[in-house]
Design a protein around this ligand. Structure first.
Ligand code: HEM
Length: 154
């Protein structure tokens, strides 16, 4: 993605932030496009949620993380500033949180499949720690702390 590439380049050449080069303008246009897209999603979801509140029939829609964030905002606080703040949180979840965690998991699984001994230890630890939970249950924070080998190795 254009903006991510520009962000990476700025790590080594921070002056790129201030120089009005063609790539500076392309970056700003790309950021605006992304911001408008995400703000549009948020505004549509807010409108959907408002509509659902006035519907006589309960809605069976499955709520996601955006619903959880929006449910914390009072009607009186809704406006451009709230939209901007939620937009930035969504961008953090997706751009900072999703790709990093996904590639960390992908590489971890790759390394484990190349090291069957370690894989076996991780599997055994998971089986022991999660034994009390059904597969559909989300683990508790304490369960994760108990994954000593998985977290720090042997
Ligand atoms: C394995 C997963 C992750 C890795 C490897 C990772 C890596 C990094 C790195 C290297 C930085 C510093 C970037 C820099 O200063 O140039 C950073 C910053 C940041 N990360 Fe992550 N991250 C991960 C997960 C997450 C998650 C899940 C979130 C939030 C949902 C998150 C939010 C942030 C934020 C907000 C910053 C900027 C902090 C600041 O300087 O103000 N990251 N991350």
């Amino acid at each position: 993605m254009l903006s991510v590439e520009e962000g990476n380049l700025r790590t080594w050449s921070p002056e790129r932030m201030y120089l009005p080069t063609p790539s500076w303008f392309r970056h700003h246009a790309a950021v605006k496009r992304l911001n408008d897209y995400v703000s549009g999603l948020i505004e549509r979801r807010w409108a959907l949620r408002r509509g659902e509140r006035t519907q006589p029939q309960p809605c069976n829609r499955r709520e996601d993380v955006l619903d959880k964030v929006l449910s914390a905002i009072a009607d009186a606080d809704w406006g451009p500033e709230a939209i901007r703040q939620v937009r930035d949180e969504v961008k953090t979840f997706i751009l900072a949180g999703h790709e990093t965690s996904a590639s960390m998991l992908a590489w971890t699984l790759y390394e484990l499949t190349n090291n069957p001994e370690c894989l076996e230890k991780v599997r055994a630890e998971a089986a022991q720690v999660f034994a009390k939970r059904k597969l559909t249950n989300v683990p508790a924070r304490g369960d994760l702390d108990a994954l000593r080998y998985t977290e720090v190795g042997g």
